[in-house]
Write a protein that binds this ligand. Structure first.
Ligand code: FRU
Length: 498
């Protein structure tokens, strides 16, 4: 087979060097997806989120801007809708509105990664795109996790480095759970953080390199205070405004919510000093968040599911999706805000007429619209100073069933909430997110897709993400006030494009 490459002064295409065993396994995995696709049922397929073409997806990996595209890789099992030996699926987009699926990038093929190519990241060095990932083995019940690299010159075909594994064992500060390399450049050096833990405390281990090949251990960058998880997975460290932010996904805690720490990074000492800790998203289906490399804005995606939750779409031959792309920002008080990308306005299609200024009667519900396709964006701004109601809520009631989802605000406690207990959901329940300080008004942006809901409140000061699996595809939004009146400053609703 001949292949043409745009850049003709390149040396032998890296793909030509791809080990035959890896290439065959990639072809087999792509064929697995092609075979599975016809059996994927449409019922819960999302309209505007990235999801696998078929079978299993978990963490976003290798988020990077390279040659005009945002590349997104992800943990993927191409042979079943359940987790299995991890491959890296691959898609790219120019605008976050339309996605192009690409051939699977990595398959477990070598002695050091035979049980899975686990999560990791990507960086651009000159013309090349490098993926860093964890080679995963379980031998005689023993976990062996090592750090590896694969490189591409076209952003599509990757060859595993001959020198793999580049980091062969965990340092004494860590444990066999030693994974998920996130790599970045600072001044002349490259840095890598890895998730691990020791003596019941999750930690992040820091490595340094001059050439992206030889990695030297620096030390423990940050660790749990004893209540924040036993193993930290998927660490990410990056500058934001004049601070640094660390993200980690914890194991060994009841609610495995992604934590963020805002603080300062001392590169000389290899230490991060956290000053503020918070929850990145208060929903049940948000994990393994990662930010992009190579972009000016700090853009983030997360896996929009969770370990050990109910995923009804498995019977439809697919499972897992990623969140909407979100931008991270720091507010004046140094807390993290998460906002949907402005580009997503490009999804808006038909605007739904909605009253612009409504004063609700005591305990009165105001039906807003006719039944809508359950793929919509709704923006609500309420003046809190003129609102006397103790609670107000937007209820999405599904047609032809008794199912509903409620997004609300409790003015007394200052909490945003999402109630999915009356709908078929991944993890049905009532989820609260504190919003403080309470401002003079409250803005809610709600993105509903076939099987997901993402709520952004108070300019992204709090977010809640959940998977839902309603039986119907149309919904009637109803605005209600409890114990008083609500003054709506503005209300807008759009159907969103597929
Ligand atoms: C996080 C995680 C990672 C690991 C991957 C395996 O969800 O457990 O730590 O690399 O998933 O699929």
């Amino acid at each position: 087979m001949t292949m043409t490459y745009k850049n003709s002064n390149q040396q032998a295409p890296l793909d030509a060097q791809c080990a035959p065993s890896h290439r065959l396994l990639l072809q087999k995995a792509d064929a697995g997806i092609r075979q599975a696709q016809p059996a994927v049922a449409d019922t819960h397929r999302l309209h505007y989120h990235l999801m696998p073409q078929a079978n299993w997806m978990n963490d976003p990996n290798g988020l990077v801007y390279y040659r005009g595209y945002y590349h997104v890789f992800y943990q993927h099992h191409p042979y079943s809708p359940n987790w299995g030996p991890m491959h890296w699926g691959h898609a790219r987009t120019k605008d976050f509105l339309t996605w192009e699926h690409l051939p699977i990038a990595l398959a477990p093929s070598e002695n050091y990664d035979l049980d899975g190519c686990f999560s990791g990241s990507a960086v651009v060095e000159g013309d090349l795109l490098h993926l860093f990932y964890t080679g995963h083995r379980v031998i005689d019940g023993q976990l062996i996790q090592v750090q590896c690299r694969a490189t591409s010159s076209d952003g599509i075909h990757f060859i595993k480095d001959r020198r793999n594994p580049l980091i062969t064992s965990f340092p004494s500060d860590g444990s066999p759970d030693f994974r998920d390399p996130k790599v970045w450049q600072h001044q002349e050096s490259w840095f890598m953080v890895l998730g691990s833990g020791k003596n019941g405390r999750g930690n992040v281990l820091l490595y340094k390199s001059k050439d992206l090949i030889q990695w030297d251990y620096v030390g423990v960058l940050a660790q749990s205070d004893g209540t924040q998880g036993t193993i930290w997975e998927c660490p990410d460290l990056f500058p934001l405004s004049d601070r640094h932010v660390l993200l980690v996904s914890p194991m060994g805690v009841e609610n495995r919510r992604v934590m963020y720490f805002v603080g300062d990074m001392d590169y000389e000492a290899g230490k991060f000093s956290p000053q503020h800790v918070g929850t990145l998203d208060y929903g049940p289906d948000f994990y393994a968040a990662q930010t992009f490399s190579g972009t000016k804005r700090r853009l983030m995606l997360a896996w929009m599911d969770a370990w050990e939750c109910h995923i009804p779409s498995k019977k439809d031959n697919w499972a897992g999706a990623l969140t909407l792309p979100r931008e991270l920002l720091l507010d004046e008080s140094g807390k993290l805000k998460t906002q949907p990308l402005p580009e997503l306005k490009g999804l808006r299609r038909r605007g739904v007429p909605a009253p612009t200024s409504v004063l609700g009667e005591k305990d009165q519900s105001l039906p807003l619209t006719d039944p809508q396709a359950a793929c919509l964006e709704m923006n609500l701004v309420v003046s809190l100073t003129s609102t006397t109601a103790s609670h107000f809520s937007l209820c999405f009631s599904y047609a032809e069933s008794s199912e509903q989802i409620v997004v609300g605000y409790n003015k007394v406690t200052g909490e945003l909430y999402l109630d999915t207990s009356e709908v078929h959901a991944g993890q049905p329940g009532l989820y609260n997110a504190p919003i403080y300080p309470q401002g003079q008004s409250l803005d809610l942006r709600i993105f509903l897709d076939r099987s997901s809901i993402e709520v952004f409140a108070h300019e992204g000061a709090a977010t809640i993400t959940a998977r839902i699996y309603p039986r119907s595809h149309t919904t009637v939004p109803i605005l209600s006030a409890l114990d008083g009146q609500i003054e709506v400053t503005s209300l807008a609703c759009w159907n969103l494009a597929k």
